[in-house]
Design a protein around this ligand. Structure first.
Ligand SMILES: [Zn+2]
Ligand SMILES: [Zn+2]
Length: 403
């Protein structure tokens, strides 16, 4: 049984939700505008708030923002609901701090499924903090798709997983400090490989300097130095003014051999085709999956179909039926011949992999520094056409999605 607060100015929706939720044994209270809802939330400290986005007095986004800004309501889950479900509206609700979004008209099965996942802590959210490949590319030309290098946050319930520690990690660190305030932060950081664009944010990850925080850093053992020494090396005095020994959080480095289990979450890795040692990750939790393949060059494109197919099939299996496939792509088919052997995919390789693996969604990732926003728009339009059933989009810095 959970305490659920319904905030909605539509009396029919309030009545329906009250009936459905009471039948499930939940304790339901209601409010008919944003301001009254917020006041109730502060008094009752509900487990879940279901808030309409278009309400009198305070609209839904304001309600979400105010709940998220109140440390007393840190454990309250928020479900945003609206008839107006443009992708940008859904994103705005999630970015502001909602845990889930329900399209109106509400369906009882959908409502109960979403609630049950939230109450069990079984929701997965992905947020892109850095989407650029190779080198940070700030500026007006790249403002929409983002200039920070690889960093993706995957929240599985309360567990925080971070895929790569490129320059995007700095902003993620600030957001975590803001969210946790005095509470300790624990996160699992998975590094695909240790090229600069995947580790350069780490020295600027402020939570790592705070005693009481806890970070585990996983990657494959590279061909050269052990993982921990690679991280220590980039903070050597010749490159950086602060040493890794100044980072006061508890830190553990794990060179991957077996799949990693974190509570109900499993993370498997698979070797990719990139200079040096690089791995992709498959996160499975609560019957859902997020697969991360960056940086990777299609084997058959580089070595020919006969030699490469077996390895490509291995990658496809790794991506099989992913709810979200985050796959790198840096080149058009026309650009590729000049970049052959650099360890990166074409857009068509990423789309083909997603289609053949029957991924549900494909996020094109690790954008080339030379590709500005206008170029990305046109390339992605073509990718979307080629992707057919797969919902394809280009990852944008700052964007959140619910899996
Ligand atoms: Zn890279
Ligand atoms: Zn690389």
């Amino acid at each position: 049984m959970a305490k659920i607060l319904v905030i909605d100015d539509d009396p029919v929706v309030v009545a329906l939700l009250t009936t459905w939720l009471t039948k499930e044994g939940h304790l339901v209270s209601t409010a008919s505008d944003g301001e009254a809802g917020l006041q109730r939330a502060m008094v009752e400290k509900p487990d879940v708030v279901i808030a309409d986005m278009m309400m009198p007095k305070l609209h839904g986004l304001q309600v979400v923002e105010k709940i998220r800004g109140n440390p007393d309501l840190a454990s309250t889950k928020i479900v945003a609901s609206s008839l107006k479900n443009y992708p940008s509206d859904v994103r705005a609700a999630l970015d502001t701090g909602a845990d889930a979004f329900l399209n109106k008209p509400l369906q009882p099965e959908e409502v109960l499924k979403t609630l049950s996942a939230l109450l069990k802590g079984h929701n997965i959210r992905v947020k892109f903090w850095g989407t650029r490949g190779s080198i940070a590319t700030p500026g007006m030309r790249t403002a929409r798709y983002g200039g920070n290098t690889s960093c993706t946050e995957v929240r599985c319930g309360d567990a925080i997983l971070i895929l790569d520690a490129g320059t995007g990690l700095r902003e993620l660190g600030s957001a975590l400090l803001e969210e946790f305030r005095q509470r300790p932060i624990a996160a699992h950081i998975f590094i695909g490989h240790t090229h600069w664009d995947h580790i350069q944010g780490f020295p600027f990850f402020v939570p790592a300097y705070v005693p009481g925080n806890n970070f585990t850093i996983y990657s494959s053992r590279g061909a050269g130095k052990p993982l921990e020494r690679v991280f220590r090396g980039q903070m050597d005095g010749d490159y950086f003014p602060v040493r890794m020994s100044d980072m006061m959080a508890h830190m553990k480095f794990v060179e991957l051999q077996e799949p990693v289990t974190i509570g109900e979450i499993t993370v498997r890795h698979e070797y990719l085709n990139h200079p040096g040692m690089a791995v992709g990750f498959r996160i499975e939790a609560f019957g859902k999956s997020v697969v991360y393949v960056s940086d990777h060059e299609c084997f058959s494109r580089l070595y020919g179909a006969e030699a490469g197919e077996r390895e490509d099939a291995r990658i496809r299996e790794f991506c099989r039926d992913a709810d979200l496939l985050i796959h790198e792509a840096q080149y058009t088919d026309e650009e590729y011949p000049k970049k052959k052997g650099w360890g990166h995919s074409t857009f068509s390789d990423a789309v083909n992999t997603a289609v053949q693996a029957r991924a549900r969604r494909l996020a094109i990732f690790h954008h080339d520094p030379a590709h500005d926003d206008g170029f990305m728009d046109s390339v992605i339009e073509q990718c979307r056409k080629d992707a057919g059933q797969v919902d394809c989009f280009a990852a944008k810095e700052g964007e959140s999605l619910e899996i």
